[in-house]
Design a protein around this ligand. Structure first.
Ligand SMILES: Cc1cc2nc3c(=O)[nH]c(=O)nc-3n(C[C@H](O)[C@H](O)[C@H](O)COP(=O)(O)OP(=O)(O)OC[C@H]3O[C@@H](n4cnc5c(N)ncnc54)[C@H](O)[C@@H]3O)c2cc1C
Length: 395
């Protein structure tokens, strides 16, 4: 007799788990509260849609925190394995700028979703829509439509706490609290942060990107882009600094970040460029010799005094380390991902809940963090495949 596996939640973690489970051994069921699978996956596809990130596995592992939590799953199914698998099911991908991996031109997010869905349907996985699990009932598994579930194995793949409209509403905590599973508060990650820009500055520069910069905060330094918005800042360099910005905001209600506006030149190199310049006009030197963009010069002019601007030494200190004060997170619902949820200490090496044997949690509902650029989906995929392998071989 086959054993039954019931997966609650129908995002990418759930889908890849179902795709890799041995359906000769298990009866596999997915219960999703929406009328469709993978709504957040489709939202992710509206922006960059980075399926994973192309880089050496050693450096890839460094992107995940807490360090080491994903190592076994990544060693089993890494960025190369993911690309090979996608290729095999008809989703060829390419490595774009900054090593992000995208589906090739012409393949839309809905096509990726459909290919994976077709695959699991061919494997006779049953998918039930409109099945919202009621987490307030903690004896057994019940859905809000009155149905209840009797299954050998239960896998929770309920997602994080942002973009509630996609179904990832994080209103499933009660059940785990009742079972004394430690939950960490949900917090935004990979989100915009508030900066109280002077009105004259933001009127002129809203929407413009600071390119070729590095952003430093605490012990993180990140190359990339920072976009100036009405609310504050966003962009890949900002998102990658989320763990440290969050730590500072939680501790002090503000976070101080430093931007190197000219990371490819040292302070001494900039000084000698100033000294060798024929022009005596500071703005002209910044623009034509140091090659700072209008926005970078605008930042300096709006935030430092005229005396500081005209003192080459002080000016260059600000070019190499331009400090901005962050005063808040963007609302959690707008974040690309969230941290918090089930504490990692509550699951074993195969994501099985220590307090609830035969119950597992995978994906963003666990308390881990990673930057954008494909790392989030890679983690969800690696977790799903790792759990499938364990179940296929051991249960
Ligand atoms: C704007 C945006 C852009 C992004 N871009 C990228 C990107 O380019 N690259 C990348 O790697 N990642 C990206 N992400 C992140 C990525 O989409 C998520 O990390 C990923 O979808 C998480 O997968 P998951 O399976 O853990 O959960 P989810 O995808 O959140 O799926 C959880 C599912 O569980 C269902 N569910 C919840 N509660 C219940 C319940 N009580 N009963 C039944 N079902 C329930 C939900 O309806 C949902 O379908 C992006 C996210 C956003 C919001």
């Amino acid at each position: 007799v086959k054993k039954s596996v019931s997966i609650i939640g129908g995002g990418p973690s759930a889908m890849i788990l179902a795709a890799f489970l041995d359906t000769k051994k298990f009866d596999v069921h997915i219960y999703e509260k929406n009328k469709a699978l993978g709504r957040k996956f489709l939202v992710a596809g509206k922006g960059g849609f980075n399926l994973t990130h192309a880089e050496e596995i050693i450096s890839m592992k460094q992107k995940y925190s807490p360090k080491g939590f994903l190592d076994l799953a990544l060693d089993n199914f890494d960025n190369t394995s993911l690309r090979q698998w996608l290729d095999a099911i008809g989703i060829p991908s390419f490595i774009g700028t900054s090593h992000r991996v995208f589906p090739v031109k012409g393949i839309k997010p809905i096509d990726v979703l459909t290919k994976i869905k077709n695959l699991i349907e061919q494997k006779n996985v049953s998918i039930y829509y409109g099945h919202e699990w009621d987490s307030s009932i903690y004896k057994g598994i019940k859905f809000k439509n009155g149905q209840s579930l009797d299954s050998d194995y239960i896998i929770f793949a309920l997602g994080g706490a942002s973009w509630k409209i996609t179904g990832s509403s994080a209103d499933w905590t009660q059940y785990f609290q009742k079972h004394k599973v430690d939950l960490k508060p949900f917090m935004p990650s990979n989100c915009a942060y508030q900066i109280k820009w002077p009105s004259t500055f933001i009127k002129q520069y809203e929407g413009e990107p600071l390119k070729n910069i590095t952003l430093s905060v605490g012990n993180i330094t990140q190359k990339g882009e920072v976009v100036v918005t009405q609310f504050g800042v966003e962009g890949n360099a900002v998102y990658a600094c989320s763990p440290e910005i969050r730590t500072q905001l939680n501790a002090k209600n503000i976070a101080t970040v430093a931007i190197d506006l000219k990371p490819h030149l040292s302070k001494d190199q900039i000084i000698s460029k100033f000294q060798n310049s024929k022009s005596k006009n500071t703005t002209q030197i910044l623009r034509e010799v140091i090659k700072l963009s209008k926005l970078k010069i605008g930042l300096l002019k709006h935030f430092i005094t005229k005396d500081q601007f005209l003192d080459t030494n002080v000016l260059i200190d600000h070019i190499k380390s331009f400090e901005l004060v962050i005063t808040d997170f963007a609302p959690i619902d707008e974040a690309i991902s969230t941290v918090g949820g089930i504490a990692l200490s509550e699951v074993d090496d195969h994501f099985q809940l220590r307090k609830l044997p035969n119950h597992f949690c995978i994906g963003e509902m666990l308390d881990w963090d990673a930057p954008t650029g494909g790392y989030l989906l890679q983690a969800c995929f690696s977790m799903g495949v790792w759990l499938a392998k364990y179940m296929n071989e051991h249960l």
